[in-house]
Design a protein around this ligand. Structure first.
Ligand code: ADQ
Length: 485
């Protein structure tokens, strides 16, 4: 590959993943996802390349010169555009991904719900891997190309890349929350992270709150001048002496029309009816869908539902709570502990309140395809989305987009980015156990006319603010930030 690409997407993962077979062959599966479908039209318009890791390991210790074995090259036709694989060794992944990304940044940026760990031996591979991504982009970018860097695993890439290629236009988007300074300042490498992000022309967050936190920290930590739209970074190569970094909120969304269309098919309707029948046709089906992550507040919901059963507000057999929890980050200790805690809670509740043939809770620790998820969304009278903190949360948007007939109720945490937009949901503070119980009861018992008004308003919002609009607004803002150069 040559330095010919005018649009580069850099994300921790490629939009395809490798499935290595015992006979040495590799199958490549396209990973469907919001980001891929949002970017697909833009990628097609450009000579684009996507830089990321494929999920397969290079031998440790990683060295570009001496791979030990050649990784089979990626086939040309598997992705939505050209793909460039960044190699990672197994040990490196532990430090960079499971370590610094998921045991330091992830908990710190989610209000320190789990205690972040600060290990120097995690920071070093984080820097090394970020540099590898930046170098690859520097090699592949055409003069003046646009680069869009994604998420918390790659916060140093913008600055590294700017040093290598000052001609590039660099945008960074953070998919998780950005914390207030009281928390962020714990980070021993706080200055390096902020300087890394400030290598961008545009830094985007899901919410105005995240953007404001970031701006305040640039002032506090680096003494830079900022206002609500950006920050001035000293730059002696410019006549003005400063380079403007634009900062803003770009709430991500889903392909609303696609979910709406899926939910209208006869097949998915039939599957939703079948799900309800298998659950015993209760009056209420209540649903939770998440990655099994301690930020998502799965325990909050289980507790609320169980206490309502205990107190007799919900009669056994009247309602079934289905919790779908996708296995996630199973090598990180906090996630192993969480799984045990949730399964203990489910087991206890079933022991105390189960009826023969009619368990009040169904717990599925499995991934499902999108069609199946939409069938569950259609089958559910109430969707419970109760994270302690969430950058956005797409599940609640998928639920709303799937409720084509305007029925259904969404209970949504105030601490999900989506709460800024979906103000017609039953908003709750996930730390307030009584408040969550009350919101669930309100959602179950609300008058159908009120429910339908709320759902209609949320659906209208999502049809107008879909993922294509998100991608376009970020790329437009990036282009405009260039005009300020
Ligand atoms: P996540 O933390 O992964 O994303 P979320 O936004 O809810 O959270 O996205 C999860 C996605 O996985 C959804 O599209 C959902 O349908 C899918 N999913 C969940 N359970 C599944 C299952 N059992 N089987 C198959 N698919 C399942 C991070 C941030 C969020 C932010 C997104 C996008 O933490 O806050 O909204 O990135 O920026």
């Amino acid at each position: 590959m040559t330095a010919s690409h005018d649009l580069l997407v850099i994300a921790n993962r490629l939009p395809v993943s490798a499935e290595e077979h015992a006979d040495g062959t590799t199958a490549w599966n396209r990973s469907p996802g919001g980001l891929v479908s949002a970017l697909e039209p833009v990628l097609r318009e450009h000579d684009a390349v996507w830089i990321g890791w494929s999920g397969r390991f290079a031998p440790d210790p990683y060295s570009t010169e001496d791979l030990g074995r050649e990784l089979e090259p990626l086939p040309d036709d598997v992705g939505p555009c050209a793909l460039s694989e960044v190699e990672l060794g197994r040990d490196e992944l532990e430090g960079f991904y499971e370590g610094f990304s998921n045991s330091t940044i992830w908990p710190l940026y989610h209000d320190a719900i789990a205690t972040p760990v600060y290990h120097r031996h995690h920071w070093e591979p984080y820097v090394a891997v970020n540099r590898r991504f930046a170098r690859r982009a520097a090699e592949l970018a055409a003069e003046g190309a646009t680069v869009w860097v994604h998420d918390y695993q790659l916060q140093l890439v913008p600055q590294m890349l700017r040093e290598m290629r000052p001609d590039l236009r660099i945008g960074f988007f953070l998919h998780i929350p950005f914390p207030p300074e009281e928390l962020f300042l714990q980070l021993p490498w706080r200055k390096q992270i902020i300087e890394g992000l400030l290598g961008s022309d545009l830094v985007g967050f899901h919410t105005p709150g995240g953007a404001a936190n970031f701006l305040r920290i640039t002032g506090r930590l680096l003494g830079l001048d900022f206002d609500e739209t950006g920050v001035d970074v000293p730059d002696s190569s410019r006549a003005s002496g400063v380079r403007r970094v634009t900062v803003g909120a770009f709430p991500i969304s889903i392909d609303t029309r696609e979910y709406d269309a899926m939910a209208r098919t006869a097949e998915i309707h039939d599957r939703a009816i079948e799900i309800r029948e298998k659950l015993g046709n209760p009056r209420w089906v209540i649903l939770g869908v998440d990655r099994l992550d301690y930020t998502k507040g799965i325990d909050v919901r289980l507790k609320a539902f169980t206490e309502l059963l205990e107190g007799g507000t919900i009669e056994p057999g009247e309602a079934v709570f289905v919790q779908i929890a996708t296995p996630s980050r199973e090598n990180v200790e906090d996630y192993q502990r969480l799984r045990d805690e949730i399964e203990l809670m489910v087991g206890r509740a079933l022991g105390d309140h189960g009826l023969i043939g009619a368990p009040p809770i169904q717990y599925l620790h499995q991934p499902f395809d999108r069609e199946t998820l939409v069938s569950f969304y259609l089958a559910a009278d109430v969707m419970l989305v109760t994270p302690y903190r969430d950058g956005m949360n797409l599940v609640c948007k998928e639920y709303v987009a799937s409720r084509t007939d305007g029925t259904g109720a969404l209970v949504l945490s105030e601490f999900a980015g989506a709460a800024v937009e979906l103000t017609d949901a039953f908003l709750v503070n996930p730390y307030d156990a009584e408040g969550v119980k009350q919101a669930l009861v309100d959602a179950m018992r609300d008058d159908p006319a009120d429910l339908s008004m709320r759902m209609k308003a949320m659906r209208e919002h999502l049809f107008e603010h879909d993922v294509a609009r998100w991608a376009a607004s970020f790329l437009d803002a990036l282009e405009e930030s260039e005009q300020n150069r």
